[in-house]
Design a protein around this ligand. Structure first.
Ligand code: XMP
Ligand code: MG
Length: 183
């Protein structure tokens, strides 16, 4: 679905489909250079990262493997608590592997710092993080994020995999919602 199909549910488009693709192409080039000669395993976190994973990996000029985790982060409403439970674990044994976590957005960083520590405990060769979006609050948690698409203001965003109550994941662009959607 495109921004025009959102009617008055959309307040503002932050990134168009073209802007997202152009930035992912740049990140893919950087990733490919950094991992030269290494066999990288992309690990996506369901469900928000599906679009980023699909497009980022297709921008890579060679073959990579992908796997998925589903985690639930306990918390109220739109804020995560850092208390995490694995709903679906990886199919892959990552010991000795170069793992690149692919995420849609980092807000507090609590979910991702837990995920990274969990993966690091399995004996991989390396674990790095690639996120399309990063919010300013993440500075509160010391987490090293190697690849960032865009830094955004502290606003709730939807589209391109990101949802509000499971809606709007299929919007091609990324934008903010009109206040009436929340009420
Ligand atoms: P933390 O705070 O642990 O949480 O970094 C990251 C997760 O919180 C969700 N999240 C959002 N989802 N629009 C969304 O659709 C947003 O603006 C937003 N901010 C945080 C998301 O699930 C992410 O994985
Ligand atoms: Mg999510």
């Amino acid at each position: 679905m495109d921004a025009e199909h959102m009617g008055d549910d959309l307040a503002e488009v932050l990134f168009t489909e073209e802007q997202i693709q152009a930035r992912l192409a740049e990140l893919a080039e950087q990733i490919w250079t950094d991992y030269q000669g290494k066999d990288v395993l992309l690990v996506g976190v369901l469900k928000g990262a599906v679009m980023v994973m699909a497009d980022l990996m297709r921008h890579l000029p060679g073959s990579v493997e992908m796997d998925w985790m589903a985690i639930s982060s306990y918390g109220s409403g739109t804020k995560s608590s850092g208390v995490v439970r694995i709903l679906k674990d990886l199919d892959t044994d990552i010991s000795g592997r170069h793992v690149l976590i692919v995420e849609d957005i980092i807000d507090s960083g609590l979910t991702l710092s837990w995920t990274r520590a969990n993966l690091e405990s399995r004996g991989p060769a390396s674990v790095e993080i690639c996120t399309l979006l990063r919010k300013p609050d993440v500075v509160k948690v010391p987490i090293d994020v190697r690849y960032v698409g865009f830094d955004i203001p502290n606003e709730f965003v939807v589209g391109y995999g990101l949802d509000y109550a499971e809606r709007f994941r299929n919007l091609r662009s990324i934008g903010t919602l009109a206040p009436k959607v929340y009420s």
